[in-house]
Write a protein that binds this ligand. Structure first.
Ligand code: AMP
Ligand code: MG
Length: 334
């Protein structure tokens, strides 16, 4: 029997990274809400940060309304509904996100492909009803997966899909992009020390009061209530893609939500990938892509990208870190 994954998992399960910080002297404000199918947590230090926090939550709701493909009338819903016909007018941030996603697709040889929608639907990950799709249907759906058939026009402000039946799924990039947008809202409002965490996609603003670095826990993919270790980070963004975040079990095997666009099956070489990068969009896109590429090719790609570090946890529990990640990762808390 299929176990049905809940749409929103409890915090301890879905947050691939937990952050820990401590400071008694500076006032701290925190807001949480459910958005984009997960938990948003925004923490800001300092006085008079309430308005900035509220503005950040409003921005999160606005972006969800643009990018949720299941929400009737959202921009991505409209693009998908018009697949095979005329391009659709969308907001500049939607064109920008699509163009960035296409660049990551190009960079990763299609390991990240936001036209994966038809395959995600067959596996039932969008609906919460997990099932193994028949091979024939999977092969048919794979014909519709091709990022080169997405048309974006920044001047006209349009996005279109070349073939009927194609559909965009921004699950691998939208949370990272949203975190960057919220981070900018806080920064422009004058907040100097803050952390935005949307379902394990984290971006740091400034440093925690009285300390040079943020301390961020990395979950053990086989026991998400346990931490494998900690990252000490002075800035940037972190994201984790894991086979434990959304999955179902059949016959003792795990079928999870990160799909290899070449085969349509869950990528099987790693259990989780954590990426540290300058922006949350980069971290989000790359954690998914490196997961698909696996611990050899993914590791090489991480090493080749300036400012990008990665931590791979293999299905057997072994941990593989790029040199820069090694220098910020500790097994024990300080
Ligand atoms: P993340 O948690 O950021 O790794 O994103 C995983 C989500 O992205 C899945 O739940 C799907 O909605 C979508 N997805 C799965 N596989 C891919 C892929 N190879 N490329 C792009 N999006 C994907
Ligand atoms: Mg991602």
């Amino acid at each position: 029997m299929l176990s049905r994954p809940p749409r929103v998992l409890p915090t301890a399960v879905i947050l691939s990274l937990l952050f820990l910080s401590s400071c008694a002297s500076s006032p701290v404000q925190e807001r949480q809400m459910l958005v984009m199918d997960t938990i948003l947590r925004v923490v800001a230090y300092g006085r008079d940060v309430e308005a900035a926090l509220e503005a950040a939550l409003t921005e999160a709701r606005r972006l969800e309304a643009l990018w949720d493909r299941h929400r009737q009338g959202s921009e991505i819903w409209r693009v998908n509904r018009s697949a095979g016909s005329e391009p659709v007018s969308v907001s500049p941030e939607t064109v920008a996100l699509l163009q960035a996603a296409l660049q990551f697709a190009e960079l990763t040889g299609g390991a990240l492909d936001v036209t994966i929608g038809p395959v995600v639907d067959l596996w039932g990950f969008g609906s919460g009803e997990g099932r193994i799709p028949p091979g024939q249907l999977l092969r048919e759906a794979l014909h519709l997966v091709d990022y080169r058939k997405v048309r974006t026009d920044a001047e006209r402000g349009t996005v279109g899909l070349a073939e009927e039946g194609m559909s965009l799924d921004l699950g691998a990039v939208a949370k990272g992009a949203a975190v960057d947008a919220l981070w900018s809202v806080l920064k422009e409002a004058g907040v100097r020390s803050a952390l935005v965490d949307l379902g394990g996609n984290i971006r740091l603003l400034g440093s925690p009061p009285g300390r040079p670095e943020w301390l961020i826990g990395v979950q053990d993919p086989r026991d998400p209530s346990r931490l494998l270790g900690y990252l000490r980070l002075a800035g940037g963004a972190v994201a984790t893609s894991g086979d434990y975040q959304r999955y179902f079990m059949v016959g003792g095997r795990r079928y999870h939500h990160i799909l290899d666009p070449r085969t349509g099956w869950p990528a099987a070489e790693v259990a989780s990938v954590t990426v540290w990068a300058p922006t949350a969009l980069q971290a989000d896109a790359l954690s998914t892509a490196l997961f698909v590429l696996g611990p050899e090719r993914g590791y090489e790609m991480a090493c080749s990208l300036p400012g990008v570090e990665a931590l791979f946890v293999l299905p057997g529990g072994q941990v593989k870190l790029t040199p820069g990640m090694q220098s910020v990762f500790r097994v024990n808390p300080p």
